[in-house]
Design a binder for this molecule. Structure first.
Ligand SMILES: *[C@@H]1O[C@H](CO)[C@@H](O)[C@H](O)[C@H]1NC(C)=O
Ligand SMILES: *[C@@H]1O[C@H](CO)[C@@H](O)[C@H](O)[C@H]1NC(C)=O
Length: 219
């Protein structure tokens, strides 16, 4: 039964990511499959992102007790883009340079919960970025790789192919309160005169938040 599931997972992965090479090792024991570690309630992570060769660094500040999540994104040789998400569903995506762009969005769901990986389907073990990882997929939307020994995330990849390599993972690290303030022009502008501010990455992040959050809410 468990083996059938793993094989299905491998086929699915090959189908979705034909350019990658996967070699899963099926678990031969009767133990229940491992489950992903819940996210720590506060952490800071530096993520190296790759979306079809477009590279990006993200400073991720996850802050569950204060109901907020921050992605500070830098495109290669580009500027910084701030994606600040609140648990009430409001998010602000803005620049802090002279362009003074800001876009707000209101979602039905809040930030990812620490246990957002609950119910993920175990696919087996695989070496990724040089680390032996347990691998899961959730709602065929995200594939998640966690270090077998330290239980830290190593990598995740969205169904779009956008991937994150976890470069650092500081449990308990928290960004100062004053950094969590969207700039005044996020509140001044209304409606159609908002400068367009769309990046694939910001949309993908919100996609994750919406879909995973939605699935968690309804299940
Ligand atoms: C980024 O991903 C593409 C495949 O989409 C790959 O060819 C390329 O080598 C990757 N670049 C880096 C720096 O990992
Ligand atoms: C959600 O919280 C943020 C931060 O406190 C606030 O700026 C925003 O207006 C709130 N959104 C709603 C819909 O209440």
């Amino acid at each position: 039964m468990a083996k059938t599931t793993s094989v299905t997972g491998v086929i699915l992965l090959l189908f979705l990511s034909p350019s990658s090479v996967f070699c899963f090792v099926s678990s031969e024991s009767d133990d229940p499959p491992p489950t992903p570690a819940p996210w720590p309630h506060q952490f800071h992570s530096i993520l190296f992102m790759n979306y079809s060769g477009a590279l990006q660094l993200i400073d991720l500040w996850y802050d569950w007790p204060n109901g907020r999540n921050f992605n500070i994104m830098r495109d290669q040789l580009g500027g910084l883009l701030y994606d600040l998400e609140w648990n009430n569903g409001t998010s602000f995506v803005y620049t802090l340079d002279e362009s003074k762009k800001c876009r707000t969005a209101q979602l039905e769901v809040g930030i990812l919960r620490p246990n957002w990986l609950d119910g993920a389907r175990y696919l087996g073990q695989e070496y990724f970025d040089g680390f032996l990882c347990n691998v899961w997929e959730k709602v065929e939307f995200i594939w998640y790789y966690e270090d077998v020994v330290t239980k830290r995330p190593v990598h995740w990849v969205f169904y779009t192919g956008r991937s994150a390599h976890v470069m650092s993972f500081e449990v308990g690290a928290a960004l100062e309160d004053e950094k969590w303030q969207a700039p005044v022009y996020c509140f001044a502008r209304k409606g159609e005169d908002e400068p367009q501010l769309r990046t694939q990455s910001a949309i993908a992040e919100r996609g994750l938040r919406s879909l995973v959050g939605f699935v968690d809410t309804v299940s």
